[in-house]
Design a protein. Structure first.
Length: 407
């Protein structure tokens, strides 16, 4: 398949990847709105039911590295197909689960494909287009995840509330089948990202590059700060901003709109200048979080802050994924999967830090302040990493694709 030039339409394979991302995003987040029904059906407490969320996140972190490492020698299209089969099986188990243990098994199985799918899918997406459009291609794949938040989760929750929570998981299973067919038909067998560059040793060698580790740290801190603020946002909206509980889902849809727009714009900007985009977005996200914390008592400004927090928060995703792939360019698959795991580590870190501030009695704007501090730390690490990269470029004849000098 001929790769696209700067003014050509994007390949259909990206749509198939986006559908897969949509299904994965839906199965990750829709459970939050269905927990009361699931807990009642299995006669477990809310906290025990909550492990269906935590168990999924832990499985994502493990699968993002371990499963990706296990398939490094295999061609990437068959691996993507196998991962989608795993996703279908996991959600099918959830749909037919007759007890909590089977439901948890289904969640863990479905989550195993999450990190590897996004990690490997990002490499394949980048290989489907010309080098100048790679971050945009990755953003298009991740757009499926953002659409899942904007449209999929509200619809999935509505479906579960009216037809039972199992109906939602049957629907997700069907989406998985559609994604599997799309991947099989639309993703070419051979692209710039379709064949592994080497075995596990080659993939591990990428981690000898300091910039790969620095990229992971920036991902943990930069994205973790936003997620930490978002984790407790319902309390902020009701207890500080004064919104009625019934308006919170609609406000979260607005946040999701910000995610969708920020993801696409962040990808486009990263194709122009990767580092300048990351510095600008992380700086803006820090400012938005601080501004949100200061003005959370105003409902109008809170609405604006929610939209901007979503936009700048997810605008970090394509460039963060692109950065680690750039520095692990010879063997990017495992590093890409590790970065997906790093997003989830950041989620856990941000939620923990925010919880600590609330437990300390600092109020429901404290997680937002904490998020601003964590994001600022990520920006500091990024600036240090850019300086190290430029210094290294000055001491050796570095390949131009390894150093973005436009930051």
């Amino acid at each position: 398949m001929r790769r696209t030039g700067p003014h050509q339409s994007l390949p259909a394979g990206l749509l198939a990847l986006a559908v897969g991302a949509f299904g994965i995003g839906l199965t990750e987040f829709v459970i939050m709105g269905l927990l009361p029904q699931v807990a009642a059906d299995f006669a477990v407490t809310e906290s025990v039911a909550g492990w269906l969320i935590s168990g999924y996140a832990l499985s994502v972190a493990v699968g993002g590295v371990a499963l990706t490492a296990a398939v490094t020698r295999l061609p990437r299209k068959p691996v993507l197909l196998g991962l989608m089969v795993l996703f279908i099986v996991g959600n099918l188990l959830s749909a037919i689960a007759d007890d909590y243990a089977v439901m948890m098994t289904g969640r863990v199985v479905a989550a195993l494909c999450h990190g590897a799918f996004f990690g490997i899918g990002a490499v394949v997406a980048a290989g489907l287009v010309a080098p100048a459009r790679r971050a945009g291609a990755i953003a298009l794949m991740f757009a499926g995840l953002t659409v899942a938040n904007v449209l999929g989760v509200p619809f999935g929750t509505f479906l579960g509330q009216h037809l039972g929570w199992r109906a939602t998981f049957w629907a997700i299973t069907g989406i998985g089948v559609v994604a599997l067919a799309g991947l099989a038909l639309l993703v070419p067998a051979r692209t710039a990202g379709s064949q592994p560059a080497g075995g596990l040793r080659g993939e591990l060698h990428a981690f000898t590059h300091p910039q790969v580790w620095l990229s992971l740290v920036v991902t943990v801190l930069g994205f973790g700060g936003m997620f930490g603020a978002f984790t407790y946002i319902a309390y902020t909206l009701t207890e500080v901003s004064g919104f009625a509980t019934g308006t919170v889902p609609w406000l979260l849809v607005l946040f999701g709109v910000g995610l969708f727009a920020g993801n696409l714009l962040g990808g486009r900007a990263a194709d122009v200048s990767l580092h300048r985009t990351l510095v600008t977005v992380l700086g803006a996200l820090t400012a938005v979080l601080a501004g949100f914390a200061l003005t959370a008592g105003s409902q109008v400004l809170t609405v604006v802050s929610l939209l901007l927090m979503g936009a700048f928060g997810f605008a970090t995703v394509p460039p963060l994924q692109m950065r680690i792939m750039r520095y692990a360019h010879a063997a990017p698959t495992l590093a890409s999967g590790a970065n997906i795991a790093a997003f989830n580590v950041g989620n856990a870190l941000g939620a923990w830090v925010g919880g600590v501030t609330i437990s300390a009695g600092l109020g429901y704007t404290a997680p937002i302040w904490a998020g601003a501090v964590v994001t600022l730390a990520g920006l500091g690490v990024l600036l240090g990493a850019i300086r190290l990269a430029r210094r290294a470029a000055g001491h050796r004849a570095a390949a131009p694709e390894l150093v973005d000098t436009t930051a």
